[in-house]
Design a protein around this ligand. Structure first.
Ligand SMILES: Nc1ncnc2c1ncn2[C@@H]1O[C@H](COP(=O)(O)O)[C@@H](OP(=O)(O)O)[C@H]1O
Ligand SMILES: [Mg+2]
Length: 250
């Protein structure tokens, strides 16, 4: 299997594992509190780690749910994984969560897949993407349900954008790819695994992807903290970056 096909297959199969775990917990009445979230994080991580070890044994891995093995910094191929993005939404029996599988090779993302099991689909860099037509008026801006930053709220107010709260970074980037919203602006904290696979897919779909100062997103750095992100229709990038810059300068 090529990298792109493998990424999509791996994300999809982890999504199936997660749906099965949730079904079991709901049927057994053990979905309350953090039990389901923990079981999901662990189950998806184990599934992905096992498949990577068996099918890509020579590659390094950076995963939210595993200890960081810094040999990845010397590796030419690194899988950047978030086994369950939107853990909170998953455990609340919502649909806005995702599985992220990205492949980084010698400095750039070369494959990526975002499984959206709540929608029964997986987006991948190998996929075909819909023609989105013009952005909505006012534009629709995806934001975190639980922790939208003051910067993002201020930018939305100034731009006159409609805020659309949803969980999971991967689900939000996918919402831009799918045309459910026009942009996703995030600031205040995130890690490489939250954005690598979604950004690979968004770039393959022809969307703008960058840090909120307009600089390039870089992956497989020693410190995987990557706190901000802009994914949007290309026609919106200049205006959004300008307004973000004005608010950051204050
Ligand atoms: N301020 C912050 N600091 C660290 N991580 C953040 C963050 N805001 C969002 N994230 C991460 O980004 C993902 C999407 O968050 P949100 O739904 O709030 O937009 C979540 O991933 P996980 O669910 O994998 O932990 C969350 O942990
Ligand atoms: Mg995450």
């Amino acid at each position: 299997m090529r990298g792109e096909e493998f990424a999509a297959d791996l994300a999809t199969s982890a999504g199936e594992v997660l749906l099965a775990i949730r079904k079991e917990h709901l049927a057994a009445g053990t979905a309350e509190g953090k039990a389901l979230a923990k079981a999901g994080d662990r189950g998806a991580q184990e599934h992905i780690a096992e498949r990577l070890a068996a099918e890509r044994p020579d590659d390094a891995v950076l995963s939210e749910e595993a200890a960081d093995d810094l040999r990845r910094l010397e590796s030419e191929r690194v899988w950047i994984i978030d086994p369950l993005d939107g853990t909170r939404e998953y455990s609340e029996d919502r649909h806005d969560w995702a599985v992220h599988v990205a492949l980084w090779e010698r400095g750039s993302l070369t494959a990526g897949a975002v499984a959206l099991p709540g929608l029964g689909t997986t987006l991948s860099t190998a996929g075909e993407f819909p023609d989105l037509g013009p952005p909505a008026e006012p534009i629709r801006l995806a934001v975190s349900r639980s922790r939208a930053s003051d910067l993002v709220k201020a930018v939305a107010a100034e731009y006159g954008a409609e805020l659309v709260p949803m969980g999971s970074a991967g689900y939000k980037v996918s919402a831009v790819v799918r045309g459910e919203v026009d942009a996703y602006v995030h600031s205040g904290g995130q890690y490489e695994w939250d954005s690598a696979a979604p950004v690979a897919v968004a770039a393959a779909a022809g969307l703008h992807t960058s840090r909120i100062d307009g600089s390039a997103l870089e992956y497989n750095r020693e410190d995987p903290y990557l706190p901000d992100l802009l994914v949007c229709r290309p026609s919106l990038a200049k205006g959004l970056l300008e307004i973000i810059g004005q608010h950051q300068a204050v």
